[in-house]
Design a protein. Structure first.
Length: 191
């Protein structure tokens, strides 16, 4: 991949899939460390990403290794968003493992660097992951979000996700409690 391909910020973020990322040795070499920085900073700031404390470098590397293995088997998709060759966001989905749930996948994580919020990075990542799911033959793409994450919930609704359930006060962060909101995008209905 030529560096010019992902250099311009004027057109917004450039979203790479796992194969494109692997073709750029420099970006691939920095990916785990850059992803760790984004995830740790977001969690430290209170973001709802599944950790109470910022994840360690090893936790993030292990998570990314698991996702990349799933991508290689055709059981997932990974996307990375760059502006000026700097990672500003990442996201992935994984196919459900149970044989009866194989046509379905869960959009597990979308994380956008705080400095890049409001620039369309989350929308670009999510749209690319939706397209990947369609191409992979996924029938239903699910996700869950913390109920106070109004920005993410608005984004998901705007991309066609609908709420199908809610667990009140399910997520515990210290003494605080938040709803867990379940959403789905049913490609079978979309035709």
């Amino acid at each position: 991949m030529e560096s010019a391909t992902i250099s311009g910020a004027a057109a917004g973020p450039v979203v790479l899939d796992a194969l494109e990322l692997a073709r750029d040795a420099e970006l691939e070499g920095r990916f785990a460390e850059s992803a760790h920085r984004i995830l740790a900073d977001l969690v430290e700031g209170g973001a709802a990403l599944g950790w109470v404390e910022p994840p360690s470098r090893d936790e993030v590397a292990e998570l990314l290794g698991h996702v990349v293995s799933a991508v290689r088997r055709g059981d997932g998709a990974l996307r990375a968003a760059y502006v000026e060759r700097r990672l500003v966001g990442l996201g992935y989905w994984l196919r459900y493992a149970r044989p009866t749930h194989r046509p379905h996948a869960d959009l597990e994580k979308i994380a956008v660097d705080g400095a890049a919020h409001g620039r369309g990075v989350g929308r670009a990542l999510t749209a690319a992951l939706i397209a990947d799911a369609r191409e992979a033959g996924i029938e239903v793409l699910t996700l869950d979000a913390r109920g106070d994450n109004a920005g993410a919930l608005h984004l998901y609704r705007s991309l066609g996700f609908t709420e199908y359930g809610r667990l009140p006060d399910f997520v515990a962060v210290g003494a605080l409690r938040f709803d867990k909101v379940f959403c789905m995008l049913d490609f079978r209905r979309a035709g």
